[in-house]
Ligand binder design. Sequence first.
Ligand SMILES: *Cc1c(COP(=O)(O)O)cnc(C)c1O
Length: 452
Amino acid sequence: MSKPTKIVLDESRIPRNWYNVLADLPSPPPPPLHPGTLQPVGPDDLAPLFPMPLIEQEVSTERFIPIPEEVLDVYRLWRPTPLIRARRLERALGTPARIYYKYEGTSPAGSHKPNTAVPQAFYNAQQGIRRLTTETGAGQWGSALSFACAQYGLDCEVWMVRASYDQKPYRKLLMQVWGATVHASPSPVTEAGRKVLADDPDSPGSLGIAISEAVEVAAQHEDTRYALGSVLNHVLLHQTVIGEEALEQLAAVGETPDLIVGCTGGGSNFGGLAFPFLREKLVGRMNPEIRAVEPAACPSFTKGVYAYDYGDTAGLTPLMKMHTLGHDFVPDPIHAGGLRYHGMSPLLSHMYELGLFTAVARTQTECFEAGVRFARAEGIVPAPEPTHALAETIAEALRCKETGEEKVIVTALCGHGHFDLAAYDRYLSGAMEDFELPQERIEAALAHLPKV
Ligand SMILES: *Cc1c(COP(=O)(O)O)cnc(C)c1O
C-alpha cells in the first residue's frame, strides 16, 4: 500500500500540552543577569515587561504545560498543520532519501509565529493588560502579534526594522488590517530610536534597535507589556506544538527521522520542531541528527562566541548567555529578515554547547536557489528564512543520491513567501548578492561585549 503524501491530523489531535525541554536537560542554562547589578534576574525584574504566567513558564522545569482552552480555540483556526512528503522534490533530485516538511504557512499570518503570539496575547489579556509592544524584522512576528491581539481585544504597537519597512510594505499593511500601529525603526518616538538617528539618520535599523524601542515604551507604561517572538524559553515552549504534531504524523506512516533540519534566527521554529524529537532521542526511542541552519551573513552559532550579551542594542534587556555576534552588530541587509538577529536563544545556545545538535551556515543565493527548486517541484513558495533549511535538506538529499542512503529527512517549512516576492525578483533577475562576514567585522562587534 502506498503511503499518503499529505499527513493530516484530525482537529481533535491538536496537542493539549506544550513540551518543556528544560525538564530533560542534564544541566540548566546559565541564568539571565540584571544589566545594572549583574545578579540573576528574578520575577520582579521581568514583571514590567511580561505577565506572570509567561515569567513562570520562562523558568518552569515541568515537563508538560497545559495549553489553555482559550488558546486551543484559536489554534483550531489552522492547527494541526499538515506534514507533507516532498515526493516531487525527491523525484526531481533523484534521491533515495524520503523528505518530509512540516508546513506552518497555513496560519493566518503565514508562519509559525502565531503559535506563540496567541498564548502571549491571551495571558496578557487575562492579566488585564491593554496594549502590547514589539519589534519585527521581516514583519512576520509583527503580523502574528497583530492578529493575536485582535483575537483578545488588545492594542498592538510594532517597531518594524527600517530595511524591511521599506522592502515589505504589504506586511505593514497586514498589521494595520489587524488593527496595529506600525513605526519604522529607528523611530523618533523613543529615546533609543532618537539616539541611533542622531548618529546615522539613514540607519537601516536592526532587530536589536527595534527591541530597545519596544521595551522602552512597555517599561514606561503600567497598562503595556512587551512581547518577544523568538529567543526566550516560553516562546520555544509554545512552538513545540509543531514537533508534537510532526512526531504523531510520522508515526502514523511508520517513519522514524534520521535528520531534522530547521533554520535559526532566534531559534523558535527550529526548537519547536526539534525538542519533542530530542525528548524521544534522549530516552532512546529514535536517534535523529538535529541540525540548525543559519545565514552566512549572520552566523551566531558557527562564528559567534558563547558569552553574556544584551538582547538589544541599547543594553536595556537582561544579559543573556548565548551565541552572539555582539549586541551592536548590524548584519548586511539579507532578505531573510527573520534571521538577522545578533544573538540566539540562550536555551538553544546551552544545548549547542552540550552537543545536542549541530549547526551550519549558508549564503542567500544558494538558499534562494533551493527555494525556487522547491517551489517548482512542490508548489509552495517558501519564505526566505526556511530556504536555509531547504538548501541543507537538498544538499543532504543529493549526498544520499551519491551514497544510496534512504535517509528520512524532516524539515521545518515555517512560512510561505507570498510577501517576499520582491526578494525572489532580485534572485531571478540575478541582482542578489551574497554577504560573507569578514572576521574583522565579527571581532569589532565582539569587542563591545559587556564585561561579566
Ligand atoms: C521569524 C521567522 C523566523 C526566525 O525565527 P525563529 O525564532 O528562528 O524561528 C524564521 N522563519 C520565519 C518564516 C519567521 O517568520
